[in-house]
Design a protein around this ligand. Structure first.
Ligand code: DC
Length: 213
């Protein structure tokens, strides 16, 4: 429980691998409970986008910290955060401990800043239940079979009218899983007291119902 001017806000953390449907479910939970949502992946993506625009090198710690400190809410709303170039930089910088420490501050401030008078604050990512809010009351760890995640991502891209190859997406997801699960700093793993939500055979409505229950 986080106290926001004496009002109590409970934290819901949602962690899980790429393309498991975290942000879709998080959005539904957020609108169902009229509670604010932070997609923490957007933090890493927004920094990656700024690095790309400003041509900052991947090892330029000073500049990367500077960008992180100046990050605005607007930066995280950009439509340009979701492409594979940005994803690649985001993935690389997300393994840097100094950056994770910097962003920890932002993430921990989120409920105090945005959830006043709300029942919940929902934060979605990879290490939210383990590193960012280890004291959270509700922790969800989402999972789905790799083949099913690949198919979902594939269909999503096709629906946007873009081209996609299932096999390539499948391989990319496996590569990202390996990176996220095996990195030394804040690896993706279920918090000891999290609830496992396997969505392999659940649609979004069924997933939301499970969470409500
Ligand atoms: O969830 P996403 O795909 O938008 O995340 C973008 C990148 O940031 C991805 O490489 C994983 C990383 N990330 C992370 O390391 N920790 C988080 N809490 C959220 C995202």
């Amino acid at each position: 429980i986080i106290y926001c001017n004496t009002l109590m806000v409970e934290i819901i953390t949602i962690d899980g691998p790429a393309s498991v449907g975290k942000s879709t479910l998080a959005k539904r939970i957020s609108s169902h409970y009229k509670s604010p949502l932070l997609n923490s992946g957007r933090l890493y993506r927004a920094i990656a986008l700024k690095m790309k625009i400003k041509k900052i090198r991947i090892n330029d710690r000073t500049e990367i910290i500077k960008i992180a400190r100046l990050l605005s809410d607007n930066d995280m709303r950009s439509n340009n955060l979701f492409n594979s170039g940005i994803e690649k930089i985001a993935s690389q910088i997300s393994a840097r401990e100094y950056l994770r420490d910097e962003l920890k501050v932002y993430q921990r401030e989120f409920p105090k800043k945005y959830a006043k008078g709300k029942r919940f604050a929902i934060i979605e990512g990879r290490d939210i239940g383990t590193e960012i809010f280890p004291e959270a009351k509700y922790k969800i760890f989402m999972w789905a079979d790799v083949k099913i995640r690949a198919k979902r991502r594939h269909d999503q891209i096709i629906k946007k009218g873009e081209k996609a190859r299932l096999k390539q997406i499948y391989n990319e997801i496996i590569a990202r899983d390996n990176k996220d699960l095996n990195r030394k700093i804040a690896p993706l793993k279920p918090a000891a007291n999290s609830v496992l939500l396997d969505t392999s055979y659940l649609d979004i409505e069924q997933s939301l119902n499970k969470i409500k229950n």
